[in-house]
Design a binder for this molecule. Structure first.
Ligand SMILES: [Zn+2]
Length: 162
C-alpha cells in the first residue's frame, strides 16, 4: 500500500513532471508513482493523447478515491510494468472518483469507458495490484512462463557472432 500524499509541494510537482515524461516516452496513457519507485498515492494520466494524434492533456491525480461504481466493462489492458503482454480485464464501467490536483484542490470526476478503466488500473498500482492479478490463473501462468523464457534468453550470451 502506498502512503497518502500529505501535501502537494514542489517535490510532488517535480515527481509528477518526471512521471509524465516517462509516460509520454514509453508511450503509455497512465503511470503510478510506485512504478517509478515512489510508494505514494500519485498518478499521472492522459487518456486522450495517443502516439500519433491529439494534443497532450495530462491529468495529475493525488490521493484518488473511488466513490461509486456501476456496470461492467471488458477492456484489453497492457502495463508498463508488465512488458509485452496484454489481456482482457473486467472492471467497473462507470465510476465517480475524487482526488486532489497539483494545486491541492479537490476534484470530482464522473468517468466511463477507457478513462474509468485507466483510473482503476492506476489506483490498483497504488494498492500493489497489477492487471495480471485480475485475469484467470491460466492466462497468468502462460504469461509467467513466456516471461521466464524471455529472461533466460536475455541472460544467455549471444550465440551468434564472430
Ligand atoms: Zn500499469
Amino acid at each position: 500500500m502506498s502512503a497518502p500524499v500529505q501535501a502537494v509541494d514542489d517535490g510532488v510537482r517535480a515527481l509528477a513532471d518526471a512521471m509524465l515524461q516517462v509516460m509520454y516516452d514509453e508511450p503509455g496513457i497512465g503511470l503510478a508513482a510506485p512504478q517509478v519507485g515512489h510508494a505514494i498515492r500519485l498518478v499521472v494520466m492522459d487518456t486522450r493523447w495517443t502516439e500519433e494524434g491529439a494534443d497532450r492533456s495530462p491529468t495529475v491525480i493525488v490521493n484518488p478515491e473511488i466513490l461509486s461504481r456501476e456496470g461492467r466493462i471488458v477492456w484489453e489492458e497492457g502495463c508498463l510494468s508488465v512488458p509485452d503482454f496484454t489481456a482482457e480485464v473486467e472492471r467497473d464501467e462507470h465510476i465517480v472518483v475524487r482526488y486532489q490536483d497539483l494545486d491541492g484542490q479537490e476534484v470530482t470526476e464522473d468517468v466511463s469507458g477507457l478513462r474509468a478503466v485507466c483510473f482503476q488500473h492506476e489506483i490498483d498500482h497504488l494498492d500493489g495490484i497489477l492487471f495480471i492479478d485480475r485475469i484467470s490463473r491460466l492466462k497468468r501462468s502462460m504469461y509467467v512462463k513466456r516471461r521466464k523464457k524471455q529472461l533466460r534468453q536475455e541472460e544467455e550470451p549471444a550465440s551468434l557472432g564472430t
